[in-house]
Design a protein. Structure first.
Length: 353
């Protein structure tokens, strides 16, 4: 099973990325933080356990639905840990990272670790490349006017209004992640498929048992729907600002080097400790894409080095606030659908925020 950009390829001696890599490595920013991750994992497991216990203790009450909020938040933290294991940020061996990923993705979230790694690996290799990055392929949403021009029927209507529908659609993302995971099982090798299918089954059985033993079927269904809606919204709100509305390499143009390819297609979101916590540190997306196996706690420390190097190389280092990052992403989606809106201009989606 491929690790998601687990190993950073050594650049050529004359590469414009090589000096930055040497700086970052000499600063110890690529060193693993096993102790930090051990505390993070233990704290998150404790938070999930406390939330589950609260569901049981609150029982068959509509007040239990309020616990869907912390459940979604701590499930997002679980997803961040699974993400980091896929990038080989946590443990020293492939096997250990895979075990951590299977526990946090398949067992705790009901989401396929192999599916996520395969998809995320291709994204990291060619971010925002319409022919190679699955995150900008044609799906419920589209990302270029060429893609939009091919839409028909309901999807054409969807594309016309995709900017205003984006956040409501994220409410379905939690369920979509699980459906996509199950669909991907047939792609996997037999041994891997057996392991993931077993863990996904245990997750579903455990989740259903927790809810149905604590509340009526109606309340259990309401809790599950709210939990997954908030989980999808949280993850989408974290990942949406990272690349949407940034440069998209021309498939027929020149091939960009690693530095240019990762910096120009990524956007950082600045903010204080609250923003860093909400986005799990992935608001330092430029640094994450340049150094995918760098431990997440080190990304903010690498930021000054990367900013300085980009300035010296003449590359734009995109960084903005959280609200403006959403405005830029929504504006791009709005403009993509502009040709399909009869006589309507692109407007200023930023005014709607």
């Amino acid at each position: 099973m491929p690790q998601a950009s687990a190993v950073l390829a050594e650049p050529a001696a004359g590469s414009d990325f090589a000096p930055l890599l040497r700086q970052v490595r000499s600063a110890g920013l690529l060193d693993r933080r096993r102790g930090r991750y051990a505390l993070t994992i233990a704290g998150n497991l404790l938070a999930l356990s406390v939330t589950a216990a609260a569901v049981v203790l609150t029982g068959d009450s509509w007040w239990t639905l309020l616990l869907a909020v912390p459940a979604a938040v701590f499930c997002a933290r679980t997803a961040f840990i699974g993400h980091d294991s896929g990038h080989a940020q946590i443990a020293a061996t492939r096997r250990a990272n895979r075990i951590l990923g299977l526990i946090h993705a398949d067992l705790l979230l009901g989401m396929s670790y192999a599916w996520w790694n395969d998809k995320h690996n291709r994204h990291h290799a060619n971010p925002n490349h319409v022919d190679k990055d699955p995150d900008v392929g044609v799906g419920a949403l589209v990302w270029t006017q060429r893609q939009a021009a091919r839409r028909e029927g309901f999807t054409r209507w969807l594309t016309r209004h995709q900017a205003r529908l984006f956040f409501p659609m994220l409410l379905l993302e939690g369920i979509n992640l699980k459906v996509s995971s199950v669909r991907d099982l047939k792609r996997q090798e037999a041994g891997e498929r057996r392991v993931e299918a077993a863990l996904l089954t245990v997750h579903v059985a455990g989740y259903a048992t927790l809810l149905l033993s604590s509340m009526s079927p109606g309340k259990a269904a309401a809790f599950a729907l709210l939990h997954h809606a908030l989980f999808g919204l949280h993850l989408g709100a974290v990942f949406a600002p990272n690349h949407k509305g940034m440069e998209m390499p021309d498939p027929d143009g020149e091939r960009w080097g690693h530095l240019r390819r990762q910096v120009l297609t990524s956007r950082n979101v600045r903010g204080g400790l609250l923003t860093d916590w909400f986005m799990g540190g992935l608001n330092y997306q430029i640094e994450h894409h340049l150094f995918p196996n760098m431990p997440r706690p080190h990304l903010r420390l690498a930021r000054p080095l990367v900013r300085s190097h980009c300035a010296a190389a003449g590359l734009t280092y995109a960084e903005t606030g959280l609200i403006d990052s959403y405005a830029q992403a929504l504006r791009h989606m709005h403009e993509v659908g502009a040709p399909l809106r009869d006589g309507q201009g692109t407007g200023d989606i930023g005014r709607a925020l």
